[in-house]
Design a binder for this molecule. Structure first.
Ligand code: PAF
Length: 314
């Protein structure tokens, strides 16, 4: 049997370890939701590129408010002591730059949790970080209302796991801590498959709604419906070639179910385009196009959407 490293030793993920601080790096809506909830039992520091108010309020899905004072720090002026856990909650395209700023402050045992969409930074940061790395995928919904206020729009569920299936113990310990803080979570050994499933759904919805500036539900109507169907065919071929098991109901039913459930939403990529921000195009379409090239699969629709989103006129 392979000997355990220090961060895998049985006694390591006990209460004393967890009492050391958790840094939330990239305190947007999701980061602040996680931070404000965990702060009930855990020392939390919000780390951003610019200073944030220490007093933060969460509006709960039930309409209540939760206000807490949290420690805050800037990415270019970090506390000296290494954190126990870093929750990297930046957008996908900002994750690796943020990690580079943090790296000098991280200990060999610091647990890194990656909350990004897509499948771009996760394998690279899992290889780069010396300590354990978990990936998270969540259906919690939140949006920012201001520098000191975030709304938890709807309850969801979070899955946590390492890409290579290791680190079950810290994943289970972190999942219990999240669940106790009111964010249901579970440790899984197939996080890679779950990340690809989320990527597939995102790739079928986000580029089209961003390109045509429509709400998700409009994808069900002409002329968009056949476009979604054509994109799903390309995605399904790539997933099969990558040996990602299809969801039990099949790719098309999964995508149409998500579209129905989010019909009134302006999807995240559309919001980014409308606000003139960078999109997560590279993290979502990039891995699909790279895999398609590797397997010699033609993907004219995905390539066209990728080109259109790269174009500043979208
Ligand atoms: O990115 C988003 O907005 C969401 O992942 C989804 C599923 C496309 C719904 O809007």
């Amino acid at each position: 049997m392979t000997p355990r490293t220090s961060h895998e030793s049985a006694s390591h993920w006990d209460a004393s370890h967890w009492n050391a601080s958790h840094w939330i790096v990239g305190p947007g809506a999701l980061g602040r939701l996680v931070g404000l909830r965990l702060a009930a039992t855990t020392a939390v520091t919000l780390v951003g590129r610019r200073p944030l108010p220490a007093r933060q309020t969460l509006i709960t899905p039930e309409g209540g408010t939760l206000t807490r004072g949290l420690a805050t720090a800037r990415l270019d002026a970090l506390p000296e002591a290494a954190p126990a856990v870093v929750h990297l909650t930046t957008k996908a395209y900002a994750a690796e730059t943020a990690y580079a700023s943090l790296a000098p402050r991280l200990g060999p045992d610091t647990l890194l949790v990656l909350w990004q969409n897509g499948f771009a930074c996760q394998p690279r940061l899992s290889a780069r970080h010396a300590g354990p790395v978990l990936c998270a995928t969540t259906t919690e919904g939140a949006y920012v209302q201001g520098d000191d206020r975030v709304t938890h729009a709807g309850h969801g569920h979070t899955f946590l796991g390492a890409l290579d299936g290791r680190h079950g113990e810290p994943a289970a310990a972190l999942a219990s801590r999240h669940a106790a803080a009111g964010l249901p979570a579970e440790a899984v050994d197939d996080i890679r498959v779950r990340l690809w499933h989320k990527l597939a759904v995102n790739a079928a919805i986000n580029p089209l709604v961003a390109r045509f500036r429509i709400r998700n539900g409009q994808l069900r109507d002409r002329p968009f419906r056949p476009m979604v169907e054509a994109v799903i065919v390309e995605i399904a071929a790539i997933m099969a070639a990558e040996r990602i098991p299809s969801p039990p109901e099949g790719w098309a039913d999964l995508v149409w179910r998500v579209i129905a459930g989010t019909a009134r939403n302006r999807a995240s990529m559309l919001q980014d385009v409308l606000a003139g921000r960078p999109t997560e195009r590279e993290a979502i379409l990039g891995p699909l196009l790279t895999a398609a090239r590797r397997h010699g699969i033609a993907t004219p629709r995905l390539a066209e959407l990728d080109a259109a989103l790269t174009d500043a006129r979208v």
